[in-house]
Design a protein. Structure first.
Length: 476
């Protein structure tokens, strides 16, 4: 992004480089579901003309690709599913309007787990995406295509959505930066809902400064989204000064659990020591209800998914399989259109909302969710941010956990609480495993609307290391 801003390269050159890279590597990766090269180059030419006319824009000429769950006018919108058929979005999501206003080149649809339900991008109806560091391994999910595209230099930045870690987890596994904003910081208008009280749009970037720039563009109140918050949007990039003296970082003992891979643990501990050398003060804290987070999440999220996905019925839009009556039409359409994981979550969500079980499951889960949020707010009275691993292991092999949903769900064990509490989180590269060489991520969690502090800490750590300069063999 800095080279574009300094006019060292034109927007057309930058866009063409991305298209060339997609042509070279995406046959192996399958990060993209579709893209329109002609339209992308036309946008690049318009950006160059805008620059020549002394026009401005914080993302002028920057190629940004989009997860296939965010609406872009006149582009396909499939959510990684067959049930939407050949649906074309008739409008732009608010985040897309903001990107275009800032001069970004919005191009391409990125692969994902169907309706954002998954941790590996193996649940896509259009086939799995592969990790650029090892094509036999998963890139994470549900925003696996978004992370893989950035790591493989197919886009300067991408957008994803995070319901229980779906930005931070794939960012960690692919070795890039992934930022999940505070709930309400970024408008969800135009994001196809999975779990409305948990979903949040955020960026994937190559470094923290780019993430700060992207967040500044995406953030702000939106009258079309009643959950967006009228909170002032600071200049995030301007506050990246590298100074950590006096900053207190919390170390929750509940996150040092069994099952944490030794190489991941060693990399995270080394990163914590580095932060301490940079001037941060380490404080042990407790988040006592952490152990209930996974169970709480899979009750709340599936209940909301059951309600949100009821609209995909074959009547109004998308794929349709006729039946002798509406009930048979619904059953045939949804049976053929939804994949196994989506069906599993709809069934579970419908069960916990059903008469006789609502109080026992859904209502109780909401009460526990409140306790989890209170744990974080109490901790933030003592510290400025919390440090944890992003994932318990590095990327696993494709198919390794497909037959064990519970093991798959535990891939998000460190990221889920952030969504339940509605706070912000970021993942930055902090090392690699040895054989094979796979990225490891460090997670920072911040106060509600505390993205500026998270970016400041993440940037200071990033600039003191060279992890961001490492590239997968596929790219080099």
């Amino acid at each position: 992004m800095e080279k574009l801003a300094r006019r060292e390269v034109s927007a057309r050159e930058a866009m063409q480089a991305c298209l060339d890279q997609i042509a070279r590597v995406d046959g192996q990766l399958h990060a993209f579901l579709s893209y329109d090269a002609r339209d992308a180059l036309a946008q690049a030419d318009a950006a160059d003309q805008r620059r020549a006319a002394k026009g401005d824009g914080r993302l002028l000429g920057v190629p940004v690709a989009i997860k296939d769950v965010i609406a872009v006018k006149n582009q396909p919108l499939n959510c990684g599913s067959k049930i939407l058929g050949r649906f074309i979005s008739p409008y732009d999501a608010t985040v897309i309007e903001k990107l275009k206003a800032a001069g970004a080149i919005v191009f391409g649809r990125l692969n994902m787990d169907e309706f954002a339900m998954g941790s590996s991008t193996e649940n896509s109806a259009f086939g799995a995406t592969r990790n650029p560091w090892d094509l036999a391994r998963i890139p994470g999910g549900s925003s696996g295509g978004s992370a893989a595209a950035v790591a493989a230099d197919e886009a300067f930045a991408t957008l994803g959505s995070d319901t229980g870690g779906s930005i931070r987890q794939p960012a960690a596994l692919c070795g890039c930066v992934g930022l999940k904003p505070t709930y309400g910081r970024v408008s969800r208008y135009g994001l196809v809902a999975f779990a409305s009280s948990l979903d949040q749009i955020g960026p994937f970037t190559k470094d923290v400064r780019d993430a700060a720039t992207m967040l500044g563009v995406l953030s702000g109140r939106d009258y079309r989204d009643s959950t967006s918050v009228p909170e002032p949007v600071p200049d995030y990039a301007a506050a990246l000064d590298g100074e950590l003296k006096g900053i207190k970082l919390g170390l929750p003992q509940e996150y040092l659990v069994g099952g944490l891979d030794p190489e991941v643990n060693n990399a995270v501990q080394a990163a914590i020591r580095r932060l301490e050398k940079l001037g941060a003060e380490l404080v042990e804290i407790s988040l006592p209800h952490t152990g209930y987070a996974v169970a709480t999440y899979y009750i709340v999220a599936t209940a909301e998914a059951s309600a949100n996905l009821a609209r995909f019925d074959g009547i109004r839009y998308g794929a349709r399989i006729d039946g002798k009556d509406p009930i048979e039409l619904y059953g045939k359409t949804r049976g053929a259109g939804f994949g196994a994981e989506v069906k599993r979550r709809i069934i579970l969500g419908t069960y916990v909302l059903s008469s006789g079980y609502y109080d026992a499951y859904y209502l109780r889960a909401q009460k526990v969710r409140t306790l989890i949020r209170r744990d974080f707010l109490s901790a933030f009275e003592k510290v400025d941010a919390i440090v944890t691993p992003t994932t318990p292991t590095a990327a696993f092999k494709i198919g390794e956990k497909s037959d064990d949903p519970m093991q798959m769900y535990l891939s998000d064990i460190f990221t889920i609480s952030c969504n339940l509490a509605g706070i912000c989180g970021i993942s930055v590269p902090c090392g690699f495993t040895k054989k094979p060489k796979l990225p490891i991520g460090l997670q920072l969690l911040g106060k509600p609307f505390g993205e500026g502090m998270l970016l400041k800490i993440a940037h200071a750590y990033e600039q003191s290391t060279n992890w961001r300069r490492e590239k997968p063999a596929l790219v080099t």
